[in-house]
Design a protein around this ligand. Structure first.
Ligand SMILES: [Zn+2]
Length: 158
């Protein structure tokens, strides 16, 4: 099998945000200075010690396991897969899927929202058939999830 070219590795390390990867793995993150912090998935972590540097797109456990690395290393360790498979998973995340739709909770953690595009369109259209309901629904969505892109889809005007 051919080696994965160096610039492809660099692209994966650069373009898959750790924040998004952590969301996928259920690792909730909070602001911590200019970094993010959460509970380490690799050891019994009572006080958050899993630090994500947004700038560098690197992670590091300051607790018991003291491990760290880049996005490839996180996939490898978390999914217990080979380096090559980890790269494939990241490539799939970049390639096929548009940026994951997420919402941010009041405590600052981000969670993915799974959307079935066909159903979303159907629901949006049925909402639109009742203007009063649409107005009320969109104001509720706006208030609860101000940054949610699904809310945009539902509340977008014709
Ligand atoms: Zn740890």
């Amino acid at each position: 099998m051919p080696r994965i070219p160096e610039d492809e590795l660099e692209r994966l390390k650069r373009e898959v945000p750790l924040e998004r990867l952590c969301g996928r793995y259920g690792i909730g993150l909070k602001a911590h200075g200019k970094d993010l912090i959460g509970h380490c998935p690799f050891h019994e972590d009572r006080t958050p010690s899993f630090v994500v540097s947004v700038d560098k797109n690197l992670w590091n456990c300051l607790g018991a396991c003291g491990c760290g690395g880049d996005v490839i290393e996180l996939v490898r360790k978390r999914e217990k897969v080979s380096f090559r498979r980890a790269c494939e998973i990241l490539r799939e995340m970049l390639g096929a899927a548009p940026a994951a739709v997420t919402y941010r909770t009041r405590v600052g953690s981000e969670h993915p929202i799974l959307v079935d595009p066909a159903r979303e369109t159907r629901t949006r259209n049925s909402w639109r058939s009742s203007p009063a309901f649409t107005t009320r629904a969109s104001s509720i969505i706006r208030r609860r999830w101000p940054t949610c892109r699904v809310a945009d889809a539902f509340t977008r005007r014709r």
